[in-house]
Ligand binder design. Structure first.
Ligand code: ZN
Ligand code: ZN
Length: 472
């Protein structure tokens, strides 16, 4: 619950107030008015949604390091320049490249049939034509870890762990463990390949891909995700007796492929060296058009920044929009950004990333210095009419923002309702039609509001010492 103890227009100092934990900073009147105007405009916004539609339609899938990802960078530079952003540029870096050439999984005995499957990003190759062996099923990663190697050797491992549907996406962290660990652990025990039940929540024959390991290194073993119904079928067959499966995965792996971060700014005025960073990632998996993951995020931050750029006066601080490259395959863009901008990270006053689809934002989390919490509450109060409730002060900021957070940059997480996000995540079904325009625009409104407030107030979100509550 948000507790506001300062009446509008009343200049009070901390000494008059019950406790720091209950105070809310006062937003200067002009900023308050402008923020409300931005919110109204955002709820009608066309720029952000068009960015998503055009990116997913004209470029489509954008696998990290691929020619399509480069086309997406070129397209974004042209688009952001056309929209009138300042200092539009690409900051290039190189990544290890992986793409699927063949990924086929089939049951060969006792009843031959195809399995709907997709190789996991970073999967090793099988021998040409594939490997064929009996399947050994494990309920979860822990069961494989504690299995006797003699039982696993020479077999194809199948981890059947499901994923819990939650609004926050909390089920993902647990379920994704099998994706990142299966190949390594199975290889240590002498298995020939690894199959996992897709890390996802929908009931269709739709496999979910995703990276196996975050370092971009080739996996220890060939590994694929199979659809939920196929995992059920495999399990039922295994209950009836031995099952033989063939796995054929062939890949294109190269050590050095071009990627890059696309950057665009709304240049600040008297505090222009101070950066408010709002980001997304431009790359996507290859199966769908990456509409929810993460063209939506890019449209949200571009739409929000564009609205602020159109205000009569430019903001005091610089708003930097970062479309990160190569997020999916190991957060390479995030690391490249942090390295390149290491000298100015102390000038990054706030950072956030939209990378959880386009569902409505329901909660606003911060990670501010203790004494800056009244600023967080002021932002939370402005967002409440949008259906956003205050969150805790333990925001992660999003995957690409993690490295900034660890460097001490204050972050926020506008938490989206992700109840259906993992129905589409990393599948061929992640397409533009899954975005609800109204929910998308609510996101633009939230981003426009907090970004503008952060850029215009000059508030210090790092603040950890006692301070008077801002009243002007
Ligand atoms: Zn993403
Ligand atoms: Zn993703």
């Amino acid at each position: 619950m948000l507790i506001r103890t300062i009446a509008a227009g009343t200049a009070l100092t901390l000494s008059c107030l019950p406790a720091l934990g209950q105070t809310t900073a006062e937003l200067p009147a002009e900023i308050n008015v402008n923020t409300k105007v931005l919110i109204e405009q955002a709820l009608e916004d066309e720029v952000g949604l068009k960015f998503v539609e055009d990116l997913t339609t004209e470029i489509g899938p954008r696998l990290a390091g691929s020619a399509q990802e480069k086309r997406a960078r070129d397209w974004s530079v042209a688009e952001l320049t056309e929209l009138g952003f300042d200092n539009v540029r690409v900051e290039p870096f190189a990544i290890p490249f992986w793409s699927r050439l063949e990924d086929e999984v089939s049951i060969t005995a006792p009843v031959p049939q195809e399995i709907v499957a997709t190789a996991l990003g970073g999967s090793a190759e099988t021998e040409e034509g594939g490997v064929e062996a009996n399947v050994i099923r494990f309920a979860d990663m822990r069961a494989l870890s504690s299995a006797n190697p003699e039982a696993v050797e020479g077999k194809i491992v199948f981890i059947d762990e499901g994923m819990t549907r939650t609004m926050t996406g909390a089920g993902y962290g647990m379920a994704v463990r099998k994706r990142s660990q299966c190949a390594r652990v199975a290889a240590e025990k002498g298995a020939l390949a690894c199959l996992i039940r897709s890390v996802g929540t929908q009931p269709h024959r739709m496999p979910h891909t995703g990276i196996m390991a975050r370092d971009g290194a080739e996996g220890a073993l060939a590994a694929a995700a199979i659809s939920g119904p196929d995992a059920d079928q495999l399990t039922r067959l295994l209950e009836r007796g031995p099952v033989q499966v063939r796995v054929n995965i062939q890949t294109d792996i190269r050590p050095n492929a071009p990627s890059g971060n696309v950057i665009a700014e709304v240049a600040g005025t008297d505090l222009k060296d101070e950066i408010v960073l709002i980001g997304c990632h431009l790359d996507s998996w290859d199966l769908g058009t990456g509409a929810l993951d993460d063209a939506a995020g890019c449209g949200i931050v571009v739409g929000a920044a564009k609205l602020i750029a159109e205000l009569p006066e430019p903001p005091r601080r610089t708003i930097r929009v970062v479309l990160y490259g190569a997020e999916e395959v190991g957060l390479f863009g995030a690391d490249a950004y942090a390295r390149r901008h290491a000298e100015t990270l102390n000038k990054h006053v706030l950072a956030a990333e939209s990378d959880f689809g386009a569902g409505p934002i329901w909660q606003f989390q911060t990670r501010f210095g203790e004494a800056a919490l009244p600023y967080g509450r002021a932002i939370q109060q402005i967002l409440m009419p949008l259906g956003v409730v205050p969150g805790n002060n333990e925001a992660s900021g999003g995957p690409d923002i993690g490295v900034l957070r660890r460097s001490g940059v204050p972050v926020v997480t506008p938490a989206q309702n992700g109840l259906d996000y993992f129905d589409y995540h990393h599948t061929p079904d992640d397409t533009f039609d899954k975005i609800d325009p109204e929910e998308f625009r609510q996101n633009v409104a939230v981003y426009a509001a907090f970004t503008y407030i952060a850029a215009q107030t000059g508030w210090d979100f790092r603040k950890s010492e006692d301070m008077p509550v801002a009243s002007q």
